[in-house]
Write a protein that binds this ligand. Structure first.
Ligand code: SAH
Length: 395
């Protein structure tokens, strides 16, 4: 692969990239040599001309996302090499051949050296989401690489990038199969069955990132009355049922999500009357749940998508958690999460700390949760740590 253009950095602006941070901000660029279109492969150079690495360029404050460092341009085998590395990691973690789990994230952007690309594996079908035009343009090559790496384990590749590509790029992408077709949208996670709708569902269809946290919840659920707020496909709910919960209420503002939750609960616990699901706004529902629940899960959508929304997002987390602290039963357990990338672990903990103080409850931290092994964090890219959770004991 040969870059058409060179990007030269301002003097002294190469430091973070020399420490393998994959992002080149537009403010660091001195000049561009050669023709350049959004999504092109570019070479990034220091002011003295030395090569730092290669990546895809984009319009916006992150002007280049580097995926290959050093002098040598990535060769034709590059995508396959990266996908193989990603696969090997999951293989070593026991995810690719697990007896009771056939859903995992295969490629997690920067965490797998492929900034801008997400690939989730659903029992034979890989759902791709490109967040950059560069990755979208190489989707056919990625598909070839997936076939080479997964072999018989791959039945279909579905591209679901229409909504994730930067809207400014003005690309009219259509979602669709790049290889094969598949209808079987059922997967298993630790033996629990989920219907996944990658055609219409949120993100790639399922929130794989909560797998280990859902499992932890089941260990605390015995004889508890559980509220699963922001339930989406209901995962936390039937892990709670599996753990012996007395009653489980699932709440989401999306009617479609509640429908999926009901279907999934029925799939795992047919006819079980312990579960009820409600379409409601989270903040409103939490107005009046006085003493009803002794285990509450709060897993809201990202409140801040950009840095300038951070203060408002922190207020949101504070408000939400305050309501839960005020009303959870004595001896209750709160599983509370933030999946906003711009909210740091400390930001989140402070928001939850303020909420506890407002409610005036005695609160202890039992677990500090994160994202699972198939959502790895590149040590040079701390921004990749997006999922933060706290499990709290409320006296
Ligand atoms: N806990 C889920 C993932 C949650 S994703 C899991 O384990 O799979 C966040 C969910 O919050 C989405 O399903 C979205 O529909 C819902 N949501 C967004 N805003 C909401 C609101 N104001 N009230 C209730 N639900 C909301």
């Amino acid at each position: 692969m040969q870059p058409k253009a060179s990007i030269l950095l301002k003097k002294g602006k190469e430091e973070s990239m020399e420490r393998f941070h994959p992002w080149v901000f537009s403010g660091a660029i001195d000049r561009i040599e050669g023709p350049l279109e959004e999504g092109d492969l570019v070479v990034v150079r220091k002011s003295n001309g030395d090569v730092i690495g290669y990546g895809h360029c984009a319009i916006g404050s992150i002007a280049v996302r580097l995926f290959s460092f050093g002098e040598t341009p990535p060769g034709t085998e590059f995508w396959e090499m990266r996908i193989r590395q990603a696969y090997h990691l999951r293989e070593r973690m026991g995810l690719t051949d697990a007896p009771d789990t056939n859903v995992y994230r295969l490629v997690h952007g920067e965490g797998d050296g492929l900034p801008g690309l997400i690939a989730d594996y659903y029992n034979g079908t890989v759902v791709l989401q490109a967040h950059t035009v560069g990755m979208w343009l190489v989707r056919e090559a990625i598909t070839v690489a997936l076939k080479a790496v997964l072999g018989e384990k791959l039945a279909a590749v579905y591209d679901k990038s229409a909504k994730t590509l930067p809207f400014k790029a003005n690309i009219e992408a259509r979602d669709g199969y790049l290889f094969g077709t598949s209808v079987n949208g059922e997967v298993q996670e630790y033996g629990n069955r989920f219907k996944v709708d990658w055609l219409e569902g949120q993100k790639t269809g399922f929130f794989i990132d909560q797998r280990e946290n859902r499992r932890l919840l089941s260990t605390y659920a015995r004889d508890k009355s559980v509220l699963n707020m922001f339930c989406y496909t209901g995962g936390f709910s039937f892990y709670a049922m599996q753990g012996g919960a007395k009653l489980v209420h699932s709440v989401d503002s999306s009617a479609k999500a509640i429908e999926l939750t009901r279907e999934n609960v029925e799939l795992n616990f047919p006819g079980d009357s312990r579960h009820e699901a409600f379409v409601a706004d989270g903040f409103e529902y939490l107005q009046d749940i006085q003493d009803k629940y002794d285990l509450i899960v709060l897993d809201p959508p990202a409140f801040a998508k950009h840095r300038n929304a951070l203060p408002q997002a922190l207020q949101g987390y504070k408000r939400l958690n305050t309501k839960a602290f005020q009303q959870i039963r004595p001896g209750g357990i709160l599983f509370t999460f933030s999946c906003s990338q711009v909210v740091t672990r400390n930001n989140f903990r402070e928001a939850v700390f303020s909420a506890a103080a407002i409610a005036g409850r005695e609160v202890r931290i039992l677990h500090q949760l994160s994202q699972p092994v198939d959502h790895p964090i590149n040590i040079y890219h701390p921004e990749g740590e997006y999922l933060k959770g706290l499990v709290l004991y409320v006296e």
